[in-house]
Ligand binder design. Structure first.
Ligand code: AMP
Length: 283
């Protein structure tokens, strides 16, 4: 596995790979790699891509300074995970290279209206502008590629897909299913901050998502079931909703067919999210 930090080398990797007829498979991450990230790397490998994984804790997508300061940074371990999972090139850019003006005003920002303003966007103002801006930059540096994103961050996927469509970026976005621990908790780099009892309470999120996956019902009854499951564990719920998968608009009881259940809650100061598919029937 090759590791590089320079943006010029990164750009050359994409150019050379495409010139050799090889598709670049981009796996953007913020490090603290776990089996969820491994699954994205494997998916890129399975497509036969030249796998470029990036590790960059992007300060522009954190609206909480404490969350940024406490974000796990485990580069030595990440190198081992990346190499063993099959990454060909590991890119670890510096903050100075990515956002030379930070923390001063960065003049260019990508805002995906509506999709980026609801759900996570309400609880974390500016989050998706930070995400879309950094992902746009990763795509610009990588060039034409396939890019792998986890459904764990369902809204992020929707925002990235919309940005790629609207700006005609030469990127094929690939969804990868959520990877969970044996007890159901969706893997997340932030889970290490939970105590054993916090972790046990956090299981209410995946329980809620599993509860609504069992067969068709009206949007309002599924919403109530999500809420009841989270309330049972006395979690600080930020949202528990049933939305359409593309525009993330709340579904009414006149809706039928496939939709997405999405939940967010804070446990021991750690913000956790989960989501899963649901089937709606009209009320
Ligand atoms: P992060 O390092 O948390 O920014 O995540 C980098 C990528 O890994 C994103 O596309 C995430 O959606 C994806 N990812 C994180 N956790 C999981 C998971 N449990 N299952 C699937 N993908 C994940």
């Amino acid at each position: 596995m090759r590791e590089l930090n320079e943006l010029s080398e990164w750009r050359a990797v994409g150019d050379e790979s495409r010139a050799a007829g090889r598709v670049v498979g981009l796996v953007p991450t913020m490090g603290a790699l776990h089996d969820g990230h491994r699954a994205l790397i494997r998916a890129a490998k399975d497509h036969g891509d030249l796998v470029v994984a990036t590790i960059f804790v992007n300060p522009r997508q954190f609206n909480d300074a404490d969350d940024l300061a406490r974000y796990p940074r485990t580069l030595a371990a990440d190198r081992e995970v990346a190499a063993s999972a099959g990454v060909d090139v590991l890119v670890v850019p510096t903050l100075e290279a990515m956002w030379p003006d930070f923390p001063g005003a960065t003049r260019t920002s990508v805002h995906v209206a509506e999709l980026g303003d609801v759900l996570e966007g309400e609880g974390r103002p500016g989050h998706f502008a930070g995400v879309a801006s950094v992902v746009a930059k990763l795509f610009s540096l990588t060039g034409a590629c396939r890019a792998y994103f986890g459904e764990k961050d369902f809204q992020q996927l929707a925002v990235v897909r919309q940005m790629v469509r609207d700006l005609s970026m030469p990127v094929e976005v690939v969804n990868c299913p959520i990877v969970r621990d044996a007890d159901g908790l969706a893997l997340s780099s932030r889970n290490v901050r939970l105590s054993p009892s916090g972790r046990a309470r956090a299981l209410a999120l995946s329980r809620a998502i599993a509860a609504v996956a069992n067969g068709p019902a009206t949007a309002s009854s599924l919403r109530a079931l999500l809420r009841a499951t989270l309330d049972e564990a006395a979690l600080a719920v930020e949202y528990a909703d049933v939305v359409d998968s593309h525009h993330l608009r709340a579904m009414g009881d006149d809706a039928s067919g496939p939709a997405r259940a999405v939940v967010a809650a804070v446990v021991e100061g750690v913000r956790l999210i989960d989501n899963g598919p649901v089937e709606l029937v009209k009320g």
